[in-house]
Design a protein around this ligand. Structure first.
Ligand SMILES: N[C@@H](CCC(=O)N[C@@H](CS)C(=O)NCC(=O)O)C(=O)O
Length: 246
């Protein structure tokens, strides 16, 4: 059994899927794609129902979405599990994973595309470990267009990002409380760890955010689960937007 995992370099849910495959010990080939309309068409042409990554071909199945992938992996290969056997614990992990996907995941995505639209000098650091289907000079030259399209698609407006930054302390408090309640951060990592930690880790690639995160339990968990996330964005956001994080 070998999987084929379609990702965007630096995509945090893509990393979640990769980590879950590695947790299971399922071998896979990673296919790197560039964000934007061509990737969306390619995924549809391959028969995936949606146009986002992660998307996984495994055992004759086409599975798209980080939460669909966690469940499918437990079906295809139950050990080691991604969800606890105990019903109450499972419900807590499922809820944390849902929150990680529906609430947390889009925050660093909006923030980073906004920051990259202000300074994309380090954009290619996010694809440092990737095999992109275009030569590096073309990827460099098309960077401005990729960032503009992704910022728009992900609603990375100034207004949304200022709201995200105002909400970030409460969001980090929630992650810390999930760790304190042992829903995540245990000896055996689960689907919610793999969903939440890459989002926090992506946020930590921004110099604007890292100091507010790294010394918290959330930051420590992110470094434990995803020690080697690629990419670095220098300070780029207006300092007054960062006041809630001080
Ligand atoms: N929440 C879903 C969606 C993931 C998602 O939105 N992925 C982004 C990359 S992080 C994507 O594919 N965006 C489309 C694009 O940039 O073209 C999941 O966890 O699988």
């Amino acid at each position: 059994m070998e999987g084929k995992l379609y990702v965007i370099p630096g995509s945090h849910p893509s990393r979640a899927a990769a980590l879950m495959l590695e947790h299971k010990g399922i071998p896979y080939k990673r296919v790197d794609m560039i964000p934007g309309p061509i990737k969306q068409l390619q995924l549809r042409a391959m028969g995936f129902p949606g146009d986002t990554v992660p998307a996984l071909k495994l055992n004759g199945r086409k599975i798209q979405g980080s939460r669909q992938i966690s469940r499918a992996l437990d079906e295809i290969q139950p050990e080691p599990p991604l969800f606890p056997a105990d019903a109450k614990q499972r419900a807590a992990v499922e809820e944390a994973e849902r929150w990680g996907d529906e609430v947390l995941q889009s925050m660093p995505r909006r923030i980073i595309w906004n920051a990259l639209s202000r300074d994309r000098s380090q954009l290619t650091t996010y694809s440092a470990d990737a095999k992109l289907p275009v030569p590096a000079p073309i990827a460099n030259r098309s960077g401005g267009m990729v960032v503009a399209l992704a910022k728009r698609r992900n609603n990375g407006t100034d207004e949304n990002v200022q709201r995200d930054l105002a909400e970030l302390p409460a969001v980090l408090d929630h992650v810390d409380s999930l760790i304190k309640d042992k829903v995540i951060g245990g000896k055996e990592l689960n689907a919610a760890d793999f969903q939440i930690a890459p989002s926090i880790r992506l946020a930590m690639t921004l110099d604007d955010l890292r100091p507010a995160i790294e010394s918290r339990p959330a930051g420590e968990l992110a470094m434990r689960v995803v020690p080697d996330f690629p990419g670095h964005t220098p300070a780029a956001l207006p300092p007054e937007w960062l006041a809630p994080l001080a």
